[in-house]
Ligand binder design. Structure first.
Ligand SMILES: *Cc1c(COP(=O)(O)O)cnc(C)c1O
Length: 383
């Protein structure tokens, strides 16, 4: 039902109802016997969500320019559910080397042991992906820019090649969000978001979403979500619906401040390189400018070489940036990825330690002076 269905609901409010319920009940024996025919959109049991979840799914689908959407309990679960729905033993699965870590670990440690042929490809392979497609290739996983190292991918060209070969594509679109990139409009089959990040926007919810146009894919993923027990709390859906009300203004402000701060850092003598496709110096800048309508609030940087103790001095000198993983909330965050992590990858653009920064809604001048002071500690610790 609609949130503003005043005929059936005399409590006219601006906010959605939080519908709780582990199950649904039926008027007749026949309705109960035929309950599965209500899927993939209807209600046959609580596991596939209450009207609060369905309302959120419709809202996300609208943002993505999609016909259908499924929400799952985390971004990681959305990525894994999207793969589980379609990939079987004997299939070949191509995953960008800069995809989100949990997806790669799941593929390497679970799927490979279940008979799936898992192959990681260089994120910047672009049209070269065609050379990796085999008769048993089932799906290509994309993410742009990539997690931590921020490589851009030519999504349009990879999606077109995949279509031509009958291979499915799934893209993690969390960084740009559908405000700045709509994967389905560029030929991708499944658009995945870590709702935890900018959709929720307040660092207080874990959730994921998978959006698509194809009805068969939707039926398959609704069943996969249900069978794997991926239920989402209606309270969490309420919080994300509230977060989405301010998505556009938060993104506009955060993306502008992120560009300002990344540009400032790029010109700082203690910074070797800023990994951020919105900068003209970035190797992925041309693809980003052509295909994306804006930048996310997350970037990475490589500092001038130093011992890890100097990095410790930098991080511990920060007063406004809490140290932590995750990103996309109103509070800025900073995280550290040691060199060993890049060195363990097959196709990393660097073997150096990486500092990753998420810019929130604070005054950018305050954030810049905090970074300036911490970089001065870094400079002194390197001497
Ligand atoms: C955080 C993140 C995820 C995982 O989301 P969770 O809700 O934390 O599981 C997936 N992809 C990207 C790009 C992310 O940044």
């Amino acid at each position: 039902m609609s949130f503003t269905d005043h005929a059936n609901n005399p409590f006219a409010s601006l906010s959605p109802a939080v519908w709780r319920g582990s199950t649904v009940v039926f008027d007749t024996f026949e309705d109960f016997v035929g309950r599965k025919s209500r899927q993939p959109d209807g209600y046959s049991y609580g596991i596939t969500g209450t009207p609060t979840a369905r309302g959120l799914e419709q809202r996300i689908a609208q943002l993505e320019g999609a016909k259908h959407c499924i929400v799952t309990p985390s971004g990681a679960s959305a990525l894994i559910t999207a793969v589980m729905g379609f990939v079987r033993a004997g299939d070949h699965l191509l995953i960008s080397d800069s995809c989100y870590g949990a997806l790669k670990t799941y593929a390497r440690n679970w799927l490979a042991n279940l008979g799936v042929e898992v192959e990681f490809y260089p994120p910047t392979i672009d049209a070269g992906i065609e050379g990796l497609i085999k008769p048993n290739t089932k799906m290509i996983c994309l993410e742009a820019p990539g997690t931590v190292t921020m490589e851009m991918q030519d999504i349009q060209s990879i999606a077109a090649i995949a279509r031509r070969h009958g291979v499915m594509t799934m893209m993690d679109n969390t960084w740009a969000s559908p405000l700045y990139f709509r994967p389905l409009e560029h030929g991708v089959d499944l658009s995945v978001e870590a709702v935890t990040k900018v959709f929720s926007g307040h660092s207080d919810v874990l959730m994921g979403s998978i959006s698509m146009n194809n009805l068969d894919y939707y039926g398959c993923l609704r069943e996969t979500q249900s069978i794997m027990g991926q239920a989402v709390s209606p309270e969490d859906c309420f919080l994300v619906l509230r977060g989405l009300d301010t998505l556009k203004v938060r993104m506009a402000e955060q993306s502008r401040n992120t560009l300002t701060i990344a540009t400032w850092l790029e010109n700082h003598p203690m910074v070797q390189e800023v990994l951020f496709p919105a900068l003209a110096s970035n190797p992925g800048h041309a693809i980003w400018r052509e295909q994306f309508a804006g930048n996310g609030c997350l970037f990475s940087m490589i500092l001038q070489p130093a011992d890890e103790s100097a990095l410790g001095a930098f991080f511990n000198a920060l007063g406004h940036f809490p140290i932590g993983a995750s990103w996309g909330g109103t509070h800025s965050l900073i995280a550290y990825y040691p060199a060993s992590q890049q060195q363990a990858r097959a196709f990393s653009p660097t073997d150096q330690p990486i500092v990753r920064i998420s810019i929130g809604l604070e005054d950018p001048d305050v954030l810049i002076s905090d970074l300036a002071a911490a970089l001065e500690h870094y400079r002194q610790a390197r001497l």
